[in-house]
Each structure stands twice: as structure tokens, then as C-alpha cells.
Write a protein of this length. Sequence first.
Length: 313
Amino acid sequence: MTTRPLPLPILRPLLLSLLCALALSVGGCTANGADRPTVVVTTNILGDITRNIVGEEADVTVLMRAGADPHSFGVSAPQAASLERADLVVHNGLGLEENVLRHVEAAKETGVATLAVGDAVDPIAYASGESADEPDPHFWTDPERVRRAVGLIADQVVEHVRGVDKKAVEKNASAYGAKVAELSSWMRTTFDEIPVRNRQLVTNHHVFGYLAQRFGFRIVGAVIPSGTTLASPSASDLKALATAVEKAGVRAVFADSSQPDRLAQVLKRESRIDVDVVPLFSESLTEKGKGAATYLEMMRANTGSISMGLGTE
């Protein structure tokens, strides 16, 4: 018996199904034949938060590598192109990603949905230094604002990322938000053990304003008197800060673990009191096993370091 070929109207759907089945095995196709939905996130801190919200509902691409500086990291041409193919772009905003913002704006102009998280969580301004009165982008040092961010990101994922299960995203967001709430409670309990007179922060640059506001710390100053690591202190800046450190009796200077602590060490030599230089994970997550691979791990590590550096009752 002669076998007759299938007509094209029947053959085309069969071929498409076979191609999609092959693509699904390597994560490259959805059931309807389109590419997997994608959320592109600029910073690795927001990337970790977003992955916890999205779960398996879409691919999450993070542009900033572990240990990088969010003020100075750049993107490759393929990464820039990925922004314009995304269903949603999540970025920090408030001027943090100085070398990436133009690519985010280009994606927005092509019709890609974007969310500037920092702009939407009641931002505060820097209180002093070269950046005084400018918006402070480091909102993630306040876990309560991160809880708010979780809900905002979830809403945008449901609205703009095609094919996601709304209930699954909301369930993920609720579960992760509960973990952030637990973190916030634990941080307050831990910080409450630090005597009020010791709750004074000196950092490599102005990065902990939100944490200070939430948990009752006073910002004495920063080695780099700016909200960005791209600035540099003058000799007079260091002298003025050394004087403030001596007057306040500050016990420790906290330097970002992703940045050399040379300037903090210089400040330590400039002041005439015994002050420790303590590393913190303030602006970037680390690779797995390096102490701060997730947002929750980073904040717990920093809370412990601050508590030990400033002393408890």
C-alpha cells in the first residue's frame, strides 16, 4: 500500500509541535511556540529578589555580576540588546546604575515595560556630603522598603510578563515577603543590643542612610563624602572626617567588601583613636559560598558585622 504525504495544513502544526518540544528540553520555547518570557534586572541584589518572586514562571536575567560596583558596571552589546527584548526591565533607579541607565531608557522607548524600584518606595535624600539633598538610591539597606518592593515587582510581573500564573507569582511574593519581614524583626532585635551612644556609622561612602533611619543610627560621615564610589575625597575631607570620628568616639569604620579599603585605612591613620576597619557587603551580592550570595544572607551578615563592630551591652 502506498503511503500518502500529509497535507501542509496538518503537517505545519505537527512540525511546530516537534520543534517546540525540542526547544522546551533546553528551555528555549513555550507551549505556544514563542520564546520564554524574560525579566531583565540590572543589579544582582534586585536580581535575587526578583528571582524569588518570579520563580519558574519566566526567565530572569541579571546584568550585574557578583562583586561588581553598581555605580560603575557596564553591559555588553548582547546584554544591552536583551533589555529591548525583555517583557519587563527591573532597575534600581535614583541614579544608581550610572553606566546602564541609557540602555534602560532605550528599551523603554521601544515599548518595553520598566520599573524603577527605588523611585517607588518612598526614597529619602542624602543628609550630607557632596550628594546632600540628592535622592539616595540605596533603599535595600531598609528591609521594610524591600518588603514594599516585593509587592511592586510582583504586580509588574503579573501585568507585563506574558503567560505567567498570577496566583503562583503572588504566592512566591507572599512567601518571600514573609522572610524579609522576619529579617527586619531580627535586625531590630540585634541592633537594640547596641548602646544608643555607640550607634554611629562611618562608611566608605554614603550607603546606609535608609538603615540608619529605620534602626536609629547616626551617620557621622563617609570617607568618600558622596553617594557614589566614583567620587574621591580630598585631604581636607579626610581631615574633617577624622576630627568628627575623634569627637564622636566612633569605634569602627565600615568599608564595602567589593571596594579596596585603602581610604578607610588612611582615615584610621589620620585619627588619633583606635578604630577598626570592618568590611560589609553593602552594594553587591557575592558568589555562592562567599558570604552574601543572597539578599537575606547579605543583610544578616552585615547586621552581625555592624553589631560586633560597634559593641553590645
